[in-house]
Design a protein around this ligand. Structure first.
Ligand code: HEC
Ligand code: HEC
Ligand code: HEC
Ligand code: HEC
Length: 135
């Protein structure tokens, strides 16, 4: 519980990623900094290239908005991070951040029988930015 309280601090520390100038076009992996102490390498995700290849048109396939327990079809939340709504623990119908990502990403890959479903296919250790541990 206490450790999770550090999350906002870590999130702030990573704000540079969210600063103007960085856009989803440049994204190559999902930033894992909202997690207290990530155990895995950030998951590979070339935002625009992925969505084009996978043929996903609706932003709210991932950046969704819910009202009264229902998904709002014509609204999206790409201005917000998944971690803004999904916390460390599952709360009611809102899954924890880890489950939210795995259900969203892996769920679709399993359903479509396309895209990676093994841990090491998404969480690939590699240097992703200056300063990251090169392996
Ligand atoms: C397959 C899932 C998926 C789809 C579809 C998707 N996104 Fe994203 N997007 C993500 C994830 C995951 C992140 C990282 C969120 C986080 O770290 O909390 C992200 C981040 C972003 C960001 C933040 C990066 C930044 O510039 O600061 C923007 C903007 C964004 N998406 C826009 C869009 C738009 C516009 C669309 C539709 C054209 C879209 N996304 C479709 C998954 C998706
Ligand atoms: C504005 C708040 C908000 C944001 C931002 C948000 N979610 Fe959610 N999410 C919710 C709520 C609320 C629910 C519960 C919906 C319900 O009542 O069933 C939910 C449910 C889910 C579920 C389970 C139901 C389903 O749709 O399969 C997944 C998976 C999920 N979110 C993934 C994500 C991912 C991945 C991101 C970031 C790309 C994200 N969410 C961003 C609010 C949000
Ligand atoms: C709505 C469906 C859907 C969602 C949601 C989705 N994917 Fe995919 N993904 C696909 C499909 C389809 C492919 C295969 C594309 C192809 O090669 O034809 C794929 C391929 C991939 C690949 C292989 C390399 C590439 O870019 O083609 C990676 C890595 C990947 N997905 C990661 C993710 C991550 C991480 C998320 C969650 C943030 C995610 N995906 C969410 C449908 C989805
Ligand atoms: C389709 C891609 C995908 C697959 C397959 C996948 N993950 Fe993830 N996982 C993600 C994404 C996206 C996140 C969000 C943060 C990030 O980028 O690591 C995440 C987050 C996590 C986290 C929380 C953050 C951390 O690093 O501690 C853990 C733990 C994790 N995954 C373990 C696993 C394990 C174990 C497997 C195999 C059973 C697995 N994942 C398979 C995409 C995937």
């Amino acid at each position: 519980m206490k450790r999770w309280a550090l999350a906002p601090v870590l999130a702030l520390a990573s704000l540079w990623l969210w600063a103007p100038g960085f856009s989803q076009e440049d994204m190559t992996a999902v930033d894992a900094s909202p997690f207290e102490r990530p155990q895995r390498a950030p998951a590979l995700f070339k935002h625009d290239a992925h969505n084009e290849k996978a043929g996903i048109d609706a932003c709210n396939e991932c950046h969704h908005v819910h009202r009264d327990g229902k998904k709002v079809e014509d609204e999206s939340s790409e201005g917000e991070r998944c971690a803004d709504c999904h916390g460390r623990m599952t709360q009611g119908r809102v899954p924890s951040l880890t489950i939210a990502f795995h259900t969203n990403c892996k769920g679709c890959h399993l359903e479509q029988q396309k895209g990676p479903v093994m841990c090491g296919q998404c969480h690939v250790w590699r240097p992703i930015k200056a300063g990251a541990a090169a392996e």
